[in-house]
Design a protein around this ligand. Structure first.
Ligand code: ADP
Length: 250
C-alpha cells in the first residue's frame, strides 16, 4: 500500500508538472500577440520624421520590446519541450547552407559588438532535425557573443569524427570555471551575472533548452573552457550514411 501511494504521488507530481508546462507554454505564447501589436506601433513610429529626442525614446521602447520577445520565446521553447510538444523531424541535408546562413547572420551582430566572427563551411551531409540543430547553434553563437568582451573572436567550425561531425563554436571570451561546466546546462544556472556585452537579459535557460533538444535528438553536447581564455561548445551530429562518400566533407 505504501509503494502504491508513493507511485501515485509521483504520477500526480508529474501530471502537475506537465500542466504547469502547458500553462506556461500557452501564457507565454499568448503574450507574444499584444507584444507584436506594440512592435507594429514602434516600427510605424520609427519610419516617421521625429525629433531626435522622441526618436531615441522610440528606439529604446523598441529595444525593450525585442528583449521581452526573446525572453518570451525562451519560455515558449522550454515549456513546449517540457510539455512534450516538440517532435524532432529528422532528414538528410547538406550543412553548407545552414553554416553559411548562421555565419553571415551572426557576423553582423558580432561586428556591431566589436567582435569578429569567422566560419568554415563544409559540403558534408548530416541526418538530423535542421531547425532544432539551428536553434542549438544559435544558442551557442549568441552566448559566445554575450560572454566575449569587445575585441574578441568567435569561430564556427566543424570537424569530422568517425561517422559523425562535430560542429563547434569557439570564443575568446570570459570562460567558465571548471566546477560549473556541468551545471550551466541546468535551468536558471548562470556563472556571470553581467555578460561581457551590454545589459543582462539572460534567464539561464538557453543551455537548458540546448540540452533538452540535444537529448531529444540523441546528439552529444560538449563544452571545454578556460577561465579568462575562452570556451568551445560543440554538438555531434551523425553524417548521413552513403551521401557523405559521394560528397566528402572538406
Ligand atoms: P544565459 O546566457 O541566459 O545566462 P545559458 O543557459 O545560455 O543562460 O548559459 C548559462 C550560463 O553559462 C551563462 O549565464 C554564462 O555564465 C555561462 N556561459 C554560457 N556560454 C558561455 C560562453 N560562451 N562563455 C562564457 N560563459 C558562458
Amino acid at each position: 500500500a505504501m509503494e502504491k501511494s508513493l507511485l501515485e504521488a509521483k504520477q500526480e507530481a508529474e501530471a502537475a508538472n506537465l500542466s504547469k508546462s502547458k500553462f506556461l507554454a500557452a501564457v507565454s505564447h499568448d503574450l507574444l500577440q499584444p507584444l507584436n501589436a506594440a512592435r507594429l506601433f514602434t516600427s510605424a513610429l520609427e519610419e516617421k520624421q521625429l525629433s531626435s529626442e522622441i526618436q531615441q525614446l522610440v528606439t529604446s521602447a523598441s529595444r525593450s520590446l525585442n528583449d521581452v520577445e526573446s525572453l518570451l520565446r525562451t519560455l515558449v521553447d522550454i515549456s513546449k519541450l517540457d510539455a512534450g510538444a516538440v517532435q524532432p523531424d529528422k532528414a538528410r541535408f547538406c550543412l553548407a547552407d545552414l553554416l553559411n546562413n548562421l555565419g553571415s547572420e551572426y557576423q553582423q551582430v558580432a561586428a556591431s559588438k566589436g567582435l569578429t566572427l569567422s566560419w568554415v563551411t563544409t559540403q558534408a551531409w548530416v541526418e538530423t532535425d535542421q531547425h532544432l540543430l539551428a536553434r542549438i547553434l544559435r544558442n551557442f553563437l549568441a552566448n559566445g557573443l554575450r560572454y566575449t568582451p569587445a575585441g574578441g573572436r568567435l569561430l564556427l567550425g566543424c570537424r569530422r569524427q568517425g561517422a559523425s561531425l562535430l560542429i563547434q563554436v569557439w570564443d575568446t571570451g570570459l570562460g567558465i570555471p571548471e566546477n560549473r561546466l556541468d551545471d550551466i546546462f541546468d535551468e536558471f544556472q548562470r556563472v556571470q551575472v553581467e555578460p561581457a556585452n551590454g545589459k543582462d537579459q539572460g534567464l539561464g535557460l538557453g543551455l537548458a533548452i540546448v540540452d533538452k533538444m540535444a537529448r531529444m535528438l540523441g546528439h552529444p553536447i560538449k563544452v571545454a573552457s578556460r577561465l579568462g581564455r575562452g570556451s568551445m561548445f560543440s554538438v555531434q551530429v551523425p553524417l548521413a550514411e552513403g551521401v557523405e562518400r559521394a560528397q566528402p566533407s572538406n
